[in-house]
Ligand binder design. Structure first.
Ligand SMILES: Cc1cc2nc3c(=O)[nH]c(=O)nc-3n(C[C@H](O)[C@H](O)[C@H](O)COP(=O)(O)OP(=O)(O)OC[C@H]3O[C@@H](n4cnc5c(N)ncnc54)[C@H](O)[C@@H]3O)c2cc1C
Length: 371
């Protein structure tokens, strides 16, 4: 045993970084261990869209989690910017979800009604109003729904700022170190890599799609599977988009530098992290269907990430049923960026105050057995 800290966080994606920062700013001594560099899992591929009423409007438990996390976002970003001294692109442009046919329009009316019921500012637009709002959208668009409170964040900047803010509160980051085993010994926890072992009071499993791969003594693996997502970064031809556009087959995120992220595929291909010709073609075709001028965009890059999915599509956040002191924070699937502030708060309350927030009733690892 050659290293000790109060908490070891396994995984330096957005979830692990947000948790490490939260625990350290609340006074704990924290170490983060990652088998790659910081933010190189699903996090680096993410579009950073913050849109509960698109992702979860018909899924009540997830809607409650995502709206609660969105409410924390302004303060979360302001604190990180202050503690890191770094700039983070964060804009609440609103989203324009567009309909390509009559069925889509009926669906948008349903979401609009749900927003109105919850007091969320939302507006239904007809085809002409959509094109006045976003002149780049093509004739296939029949109408749209504007949700003002949605937005997006520059994920690479956020992760870098979180790392700096965490380091300013004393967090140490150990990269190129894969955790192989976690063991509880009554007095605490032992976290092993190939070359080292760390003793700690608590450990947090935040290894995204790989969370079920670490051997945990006495526990069954958490059932998380990877869902590949490919995403394009494009130099967008004028005029610029004003807000996030969400179409049936793709979404477009307008960065303040005029470029656009076009996402995303959803593929059950195991741990294959390659960008493929078929994936890039699918995204280009979908983008041109909604915005015909996109054929003139320049190609900057294709990104790929593995979204950590659970059988019920809810995250796994809460104490291990098998190993005292081990906490799970994984399985955030399509919404890990959006859910980062809430996840960090829930884990902070649990580790520091032993407080079990009511939200943990639906995210508890025990719903999958002795994890
Ligand atoms: C194309 C795409 C677009 C997306 N768009 C959005 C979006 O718009 N909005 C949104 O909210 N979410 C979005 N997501 C989802 C979001 O990116 C994920 O939910 C989030 O990044 C998960 O973060 P994480 O920290 O749990 O996992 P990861 O970012 O995957 O981090 C896990 C970390 O654990 C490390 N690790 C793995 N095994 C070990 C080990 N044995 N030892 C040590 N370290 C280990 C990995 O190296 C990695 O750094 C998108 C995802 C994709 C792929």
């Amino acid at each position: 045993m050659n290293q000790t800290s109060q908490v070891v966080v396994i995984g330096a994606g957005i979830v692990g970084c947000a948790i490490a920062y939260e625990l350290a700013r609340r006074g704990l001594n924290v170490r983060v261990v990652d088998r790659r560099e910081v933010g190189q899992g699903a996090t680096q591929a993410s579009a950073g869209v913050l849109a509960p009423y698109i992702e979860a409007h018909d899924r009540r438990p997830l809607l409650d989690l995502t709206t609660r996390s969105l409410d924390l976002y302004d303060e979360f970003v302001a604190r990180i910017v202050e503690d890191s001294g770094a700039a983070v692109q964060y804009v609440r442009t609103g989203t324009l979800e567009v309909a390509a046919g009559p069925d889509d329009m009926g669906r948008l009316r349903g979401i609009h009604a749900a927003c109105v019921e919850r007091g969320i500012a939302a507006e239904l637009l007809d085809a002409d109003a959509v094109r006045r709002a976003e002149p780049q959208l093509g004739p296939g668009v029949r109408g749209g729904l504007l949700v003002e409170s949605h937005g997006f964040i520059g994920v690479a900047e956020l992760t870098a700022a979180l790392r700096r803010a965490a380091a300013a509160h004393g967090v140490s980051f150990q990269t190129s170190a894969a955790v192989t085993r976690v063991e509880g010994n009554g007095a605490g926890i032992r976290v092993e890599t190939a070359g080292e072992a760390f003793a700690c009071e608590s450990a947090v499993m935040a290894a995204g799609s790989w969370s079920g791969h670490v051997e945990i003594d006495g526990a069954s693996p958490v059932p998380i599977r990877p869902v590949r997502g490919q995403l394009l970064h494009l130099g967008w031809p004028a005029p610029p988009l004003r807000r996030v556009v969400w179409a049936p087959d793709c979404y477009l995120v307008p960065w303040t530098d005029g470029s656009v992220l076009a996402g995303a595929t959803s593929e059950e291909v195991g741990f294959d992290e390659r960008a493929t010709v078929a994936g890039v073609r699918e995204l280009i075709d979908a983008t041109e269907r909604v915005a015909p001028g996109a054929g003139n965009a320049s190609f900057k890059e294709a990104r790929v990430g593995l979204r950590p999915a659970t059988p019920d599509q809810l995250p796994v956040i809460g104490p291990s049923a098998a190993v005292p002191g081990l906490v799970y924070a994984c399985g955030h699937f399509r919404n890990g960026i959006l859910l980062a502030p809430l996840t960090a708060e829930l884990v902070g309350d649990l580790v520091i105050e032993q407080r079990l927030d009511a939200a943990l009733d639906i995210t508890s690892p025990s719903r999958f057995g002795a994890c």
